[in-house]
Structures are given as structure tokens and as C-alpha cells.
Design a protein around this ligand. Structure first.
Ligand SMILES: Cc1cc2nc3c(=O)[nH]c(=O)nc-3n(C[C@H](O)[C@H](O)[C@H](O)COP(=O)(O)OP(=O)(O)OC[C@H]3O[C@@H](n4cnc5c(N)ncnc54)[C@H](O)[C@@H]3O)c2cc1C
Length: 501
């Protein structure tokens, strides 16, 4: 046990993409602020942000059918898709700023251009996709979206998926070339390297075990070295809880009233991966299908080209599953210890309400590899068992809370920033749309926690994110400008195939 105690301006808990993004924003806005990071694992980006623990989709609603709903009158509501797309443009602008300012380099190591496609089968689904295409392609954010229900065209777009397909059911797809594959693990590591070069004090193998308010209004963290067991206390004026699935426990320890009544439900993920070059070379896209009836929105099946470690591979999934852990490297007691007197009724209500989801997750856990292959063969009829391996992905902890619309114990599928009324501490909960919207979500943290500084920060925010404070959809010219400038900075308009094939 040590008595070491320090004081600093900002503490970031967790070395995932969220803390990395907030740290990078703060270093540009107020370089003189002292920042410390505490991460319990040995490296940055090892939990959900790791490239093998998420699907690497730059979520811009170009292909994910769950962002567009069919309304009772048959028309398509694209408002959520517009929101997600605008949020991704914010991320791309900040990443471009970092590249242009030479704060990070080699963007091709974390972002690659890749067509995004939606694929459906059956008359009803084809008609939905066509209506969706008509609603979206008129919008400047989704320009250049193509639709086809012509099998010959689809063979050109999707050779692997269309090969030896015997079904005579109607089939259709949409395609946008402006999609991306993002290696969020590489991005996280790059951002932490950058923070280190700016004298941010990054401490690995340092688990935050407790958070308490001190009499002078700071937050004091109890930090345990996971190897030696040595304990230190570090205090800060502002704390960001970026613990991913671990954030709920840390928020509860802070005791802030805003964190009461909130619970978490863990959903694990599993992908199938193929590294066989002959198969990998036949596919070049992220292809999202439709979620099965009863499946949660995050388990929409998709077949993706991935660029990881200078190699191309194919990823299919995710298959959902259940373990009581809140982090991939968490504890089997995570779910149990997250139940507190203030959230027990909310958790019980959610348990009763979400029987169908629980049943679905249990069924998913029980699937044999052959059964998973059957789902894969709906995408690739010729897929062979021996070409595909299973990889365990990250944990997503969905927020459970009481809402006016859903009532007691409602499962939420988005992300949520929970902050103290005085802005001295904030936590990020939930997982979707996730890493793609990290910059937008961290701007929300800044707005909630530093309202007194936002006016003076505005010019810098506008320099880093030209669309800051502006609706892109209402400014089609700005969209074109931003597409061009971010494509250029991030190298998205160049053909990168040669580097990786
Ligand atoms: C299966 C799956 C697929 C996904 N697909 C996509 C996708 O295609 N596109 C997308 O944009 N997003 C996707 N996501 C979501 C995305 O991965 C997450 O939103 C994002 O990585 C969360 O980043 P984070 O920094 O909040 O958390 P993490 O990356 O999980 O980082 C949290 C860190 O906090 C540390 N920590 C926790 N507790 C403590 C403690 N007490 N003390 C010290 N350190 C602690 C952890 O060790 C970890 O390193 C996916 C997620 C999953 C699970």
C-alpha cells in the first residue's frame, strides 16, 4: 500500500477509443490542462475498441437497415439514418484535422474505403429496399446510392454471394462506394501515442477501484496496480468514465444521483472469420442483411471485408450470446454486482419484459458451428466449414432504465452520456452506433460538462470540425466540401487495393 497522492485537471478512466478521442479534443482546446489516464489492461484499445472485438463498420447508415423504419403508411423514415450519417461526418472531419496537423499519420492504417451494401431477399423485403433507396438517394447525404434487383448486376457487385445461388426468390441490393472499414483498435493506439507525445500521463495495469468526492469538490480515485496490488490515490477536477462495459460499476461508485436507477444488460458477440485468399479476394464490401424476427438490432448479420494488420480477411456475424461479464476481460460477477437497491426493480422489470431477447440469446449461445455455417450460407451458398474460424468479439452492455415511453425497465440500444449536474464527472454508457460516433459523443461530454468554456472553444472547434454546429443536410454544398476534404486527408478517394492485396 502506498500513500502517493496527486492532483490533476482531468482523469480519463479506460484507454478505449472514447477516452482517446476526449483526450485528443481536450489537448487541442486547452493544451495546458494536465491529463492522466488509468487503464487496467496492459495496452490501449484491448476491449471493445480492439479491431477483432468490433465489426469495424464506419457507421454512416449507408447499409444498416435498422436505421430506417417503414412507417404504418408504408413510407420510410430516414431521420435516424440522417443523424448517424451526420455524426460520422463529424468523426471524419476530426480525424482529417489530426492528419492534416500531423498529429497522427498513415490514415490508411485505420480507415479504408469500402463499398457499403444492403442485401435482401423475398418480395416484401425487395419492395422495402426499393422504397428505402428512393427515400435516401434523394438526400444529399446518401447521393450516389445505387439499387439493383437484376441478378446479372448483383453478380458483378457480389460475386461470392451470388455464386451458385439456386433460390429463385426475388433478391435486391443497394450500394454506396463511399463506405469505410475502420480499424478502431489502430486508431485508438495512434491517438494514445499522440497523447503520450503531448505529455499525457498514461498508466496501464492500473485499475480504478473506487471514486469518491473530496471536500474541495474534486474526485479522488483509488487506483490499484494489478500486478503489485499497490494502491495510489489521484484526484482531479474532472473525471471521464470511459470504461466501456465497466462504466456502470464506476458510475455507481461515484454515487451521483444521475447514475441511480440505471442497470446494464450484457450481450456478447461472436464472428466467423475467413483468411483464405482465394475466398477473400472474391468479396469487396460490407454487406448488411435484415435482422431475424426477435433478434436485437445489433445482431443484424453482415459479411464484411476487413483490413487488419495489412491483411484482408472476411468477417461474418455477429452471432449474439450471453455471459454475465460486462467486459471481455471482466468478471462472471459483473451482472450480479451491478444490481443495487436503486436499480433492482428496473432490472427485474427488464428481465420480465425481455424474455424473448433472453430466449434468443440462449439459442444463439447453443448454436453449433454447423448451424452458424447454415446462417453464413444464406450469404455465401458455397461457404465451406474448414475455411471459417470463430472469433470471440467484445461485450456490449445495453443500458436498462425507466423511460416515459417504455416504462419501467426499458432496454436501450443507443449510447448515453450520464453526467453530474455540476459537470465534474461524466460516464459513457451503451454501445451503439459506437466508435464511429466517438467524436460527436465526446463533443456532447464537452457541452454537458464545460458549458462555461464552449463559447471560447468555438473557433477551435470550427477549425477542427468545419460542420460544427451546422446541420449538414441543410447545407448540401458543405457536404460536398467535407466529403472532398476528408476523402483527401484520409486517402479515401485513392485505390488502396494494391497496398493490401
Ligand atoms: C461485437 C461488437 C461489434 C461492434 N461493431 C461496431 C462497428 O462496426 N462500428 C462501430 O462504430 N462500433 C462498433 N462497436 C461498438 C464499439 O466497439 C464501442 O462503442 C467502442 O469501442 C467503445 O469504446 P470505449 O472506449 O467506450 O470502450 P472500450 O474500448 O471497451 O474501452 C474501455 C476501457 O476501459 C477499461 N476499464 C474498464 N474498467 C476499468 C477500471 N475500473 N479501471 C481501469 N480501466 C478500466 C477497459 O479495460 C477498456 O480498455 C461494436 C461493439 C461490439 C462489442
Amino acid at each position: 500500500m502506498s500513500n502517493k497522492q496527486t492532483k490533476t485537471d482531468v482523469i480519463l478512466i479506460g484507454a478505449g477509443v472514447m477516452s482517446a478521442t476526449l483526450g485528443a479534443l481536450l489537448k487541442e482546446l486547452v493544451p495546458e490542462w494536465e491529463i492522466k489516464v488509468f487503464e487496467k489492461l496492459a495496452k490501449a484499445g484491448e476491449e471493445s475498441s480492439n479491431e477483432w472485438n468490433n465489426a469495424g463498420t464506419g457507421h454512416a447508415a449507408l447499409c444498416e437497415l435498422n436505421y430506417t423504419n417503414e412507417k404504418p403508411d408504408g413510407s420510410i423514415d430516414i431521420s435516424k439514418a440522417i443523424k448517424v450519417n451526420e455524426q460520422f461526418q463529424v468523426s471524419k472531419q476530426f480525424w482529417s484535422y489530426l492528419v492534416n496537423s500531423k498529429l497522427i499519420s498513415n490514415p490508411q492504417e485505420f480507415i479504408m474505403p469500402l463499398p457499403h451494401m444492403s442485401l435482401v431477399q423475398g418480395e416484401e423485403n425487395v419492395s422495402f429496399l426499393k422504397k428505402r433507396y428512393e427515400a435516401m438517394s434523394n438526400n444529399p447525404l446518401f447521393r450516389r446510392m445505387e439499387f439493383s434487383d437484376n441478378p446479372e448486376k448483383l453478380k458483378e457487385w457480389l460475386p461470392l454471394i451470388m455464386k451458385d445461388r439456386t433460390s429463385d426468390e426475388p433478391i435486391a441490393a443497394t450500394k454506396i462506394d463511399a463506405g469505410t472499414d475502420v480499424n478502431f483498435g489502430a486508431l485508438t493506439r495512434m491517438l494514445f501515442d499522440h497523447l503520450k507525445s503531448k505529455n499525457v500521463d498514461i498508466n496501464y495495469k492500473s485499475s480504478v477501484d473506487d471514486i469518491k468526492r473530496t471536500t474541495d469538490g474534486r474526485w479522488e480515485l483509488k487506483i490499484r496496480n494489478v500486478d503489485s496490488g499497490k494502491v495510489e490515490r489521484h484526484a482531479a477536477k474532472f473525471v471521464f468514465i470511459g470504461g466501456g462495459g465497466g462504466s456502470i460499476h464506476l458510475l455507481q461508485k461515484s454515487g451521483i444521483p444521475e447514475g441511480k436507477g440505471i442497470g446494464g444488460f450484457p450481450v456478447s458477440g461472436l464472428f466467423m472469420v475467413c483468411n483464405k485468399p482465394e475466398v477473400v479476394e472474391q468479396h469487396h464490401a460490407k454487406v448488411y442483411g435484415k435482422a431475424k424476427v426477435g433478434a436485437p438490432p445489433m445482431s443484424v448479420p453482415h459479411l464484411d471485408t476487413r483490413y487488419i494488420d495489412n491483411k484482408k480477411s472476411l468477417l461474418f456475424g455477429p452471432f449474439a450470446g450471453f455471459t454475465p461479464k460486462f467486459l471481455k476481460y471482466g468478471s462472471m460477477f459483473d451482472l450480479l454486482t451491478s444490481v443495487k437497491p436503486h436499480n433492482v426493480l428496473t432490472m427485474l422489470a427488464a428481465g420480465a419484459k425481455e424474455m424473448a431477447l433472453t430466449k434468443y440469446l440462449i439459442e444463439q449461445v447453443m448454436l453449433s458451428k454447423e448451424k452458424r455455417m447454415e446462417e453464413l450460407r444464406e450469404f455465401i451458398p458455397t461457404a465451406k466449414l474448414e475455411d471459417w474460424d470463430l472469433v470471440v468479439a467484445g461485450q456490449r452492455v445495453q443500458v436498462i432504465k425507466d423511460t416515459p415511453e417504455g416504462g419501467r425497465g426499458t432496454l436501450q440500444f443507443g449510447t448515453e452520456v450520464v453526467s453530474a449536474a455540476d459537470g465534474s464527472i461524466a460516464a459513457l454508457l451503451g454501445a451503439s452506433p459506437g466508435a464511429s460516433t466517438a467524436v460527436h459523443v465526446m463533443l456532447e461530454v464537452l457541452n454537458k460538462c464545460f458549458p462555461q468554456h464552449i463559447k471560447e472553444w468555438e473557433p477551435k472547434l470550427q477549425e477542427m470540425i468545419p460542420s460544427y454546429g451546422v446541420s449538414l443536410m441543410e447545407n448540401p454544398e458543405l457536404i460536398e466540401e467535407i466529403h472532398d476534404s476528408t476523402d483527401q486527408a484520409l486517402g479515401l478517394s485513392e485505390k488502396k487495393e494494391l497496398v493490401y492485396s
